[in-house]
Design a protein around this ligand. Structure first.
Ligand code: PGA
Ligand code: ZN
Length: 414
């Protein structure tokens, strides 16, 4: 049985040029596993804490030297000597070391870097693909065979038009995505996606928009006059490559509504299309109107992260017709997903490793969601790297769906 011998951590840059944590986990037999931690921009209030050197002028306070030091000085001495295969014990040792509810002492970025690097090292020792190792860990964690964990390639959900915090507020909504719902294979899905992306670029240029300007995830970032125009343009691009919207292809939207929700007044303040101030019911009506008019198959964060009543109303209204996906709402944390199940708020869960901070807790969120008939979408962050762990996680967990950003820029394609 292989043993974790050492950890080496360092500060590297992510796709936005912001510092993040890279970790090498080295086994007693010399195998190395490497992981790089992603980072969000439109982060949920309830996410585990990403530790940054806020008081240092270096990288304008965005450095992660403290997180790196925590790995070398605090985590490494504690976990060196542990079995590489025993992910659950290693992760709980780090939770115990940290001792806070949101990982604010060591930093979720420090903890996740170690958690993932160890999984990569364990797979390297076994000479296995990462997804095979993750699948075994998931089956062990599940205990019973009440969840279907047969590895499966996911349906991609791919960013086409970006807005919100990812594209300078050009749109109120953050993400308009293409979903190749009728593709027979993953490669067919990918090819359709690339063709739609190219067709959409051509349409934007023809209409005089700045199609060359892309947002953080590689999606086009045109300054559109109103939010629904993004759906109209995507429908046009889908038709342009010979697909029938609704039958061959769907649209997904991540409204990231926490970003335009005013917590004090409880209202949703939309700026595009002349400006609107909506209460929760009116926001549900707006979303329902979009579902009536466009081939929308999935709505992520249609409402704000603490608007539970709104989510319940939204699920009552649209839950049988479309996927209602909680990102900021659930932050990959089992307790919040449980509340969603009990209240019937949402019917699907976005899975982001760094929202919770360890592989084992991410497994628990996935397993809980799957056991309670909530669909799962494994997701990238807007700040990514060449680390492709989420692709393996999506396959290993039989999640069925993956959200990676656009089909442009290497950190999305890795
Ligand atoms: P984030 O965006 O990584 O900036 O949070 C991705 C998303 O909202 O899904
Ligand atoms: Zn989101």
């Amino acid at each position: 049985m292989a043993i974790l011998k050492a950890l080496k951590a360092r500060q590297v840059l992510d796709s936005r040029g912001r510092p993040t944590v890279e970790v090498d986990a080295i086994s007693d037999c010399g195998a190395v596993g490497r992981a790089i931690v992603p980072s969000g921009a439109s982060t949920g209030k309830h996410e585990a804490l990403e530790l940054r050197d806020a008081h240092s002028p270096v990288y304008d306070g965005l450095g992660v030297r403290q997180a790196v030091d925590n790995i070398s000085a605090i985590i490494a001495p504690e976990v060196a000597g542990m079995a590489l295969d025993d992910q659950a014990t290693l992760d709980s040792a780090m939770l115990w070391l940290d001792g806070t509810p949101n990982k604010s002492r060591l930093g979720a970025n420090a903890i996740l870097g170690v958690s993932l690097a160890v999984a990569h090292a364990a797979a390297a020792v076994r000479k296995e693909e990462l997804y095979v190792h993750l699948n075994r860990l998931l089956i062990e964690r599940a205990g019973m065979d009440d969840v279907d964990l047969a590895p499966r390639l996911p349906l991609p959900m791919v960013n086409m038009i970006s807005g919100g915090l990812h594209a300078g507020g050009c749109l109120d909504i953050q993400d308009v995505l293409f979903v190749p719902i009728a593709a027979h294979t993953y490669s067919e899905a990918l090819e359709q996606t690339v063709r739609v992306y190219r067709a959409l670029g051509g349409i934007l240029v023809a209409r005089g928009y700045e199609a060359a300007l892309v947002g953080d995830e590689g999606g086009y970032g045109p300054r559109l006059e109103y939010n629904d125009l993004a759906f109209e343009l995507l429908v046009e691009a889908i038709r342009a490559i010979g697909l029938e919207p609704g039958r061959d292809a769907g649209i997904a939207v991540d409204a990231a509504a926490s970003r335009f929700h005013d917590a004090r007044s409880g209202r949703y303040l939309l700026r595009r299309g002349g400006g609107q101030s909506l209460d929760s019911d009116e926001m549900v009506e707006l979303l329902a109107g979009w579902v009536d008019r466009f081939p929308i198959v999935s709505i992520e964060d249609g409402l704000a992260e603490d608007d539970w009543e709104g989510w319940i109303a939204l699920t009552e209204r649209l839950g049988k017709r479309v996927q209602l996906l909680g990102d900021d709402l659930f932050v990959t944390q089992t307790a919040r997903i449980e509340q969603g199940v009990v209240d019937r708020a949402a019917n699907a869960v976005l899975i982001k490793l760094n929202q919770v901070g360890t592989l084992t807790e991410t497994f628990d969120a996935l397993l809980f969601a799957q056991r309670h008939a909530m669909r799962c979408v494994v997701s990238a962050r807007s700040g990514e790297t060449e680390d492709a762990t989420i692709a393996d996680l999506a396959v290993a967990s039989n999640a069925g769906q993956i959200k990676i950003g656009a089909v442009a820029r290497s950190e999305r394609l890795a």
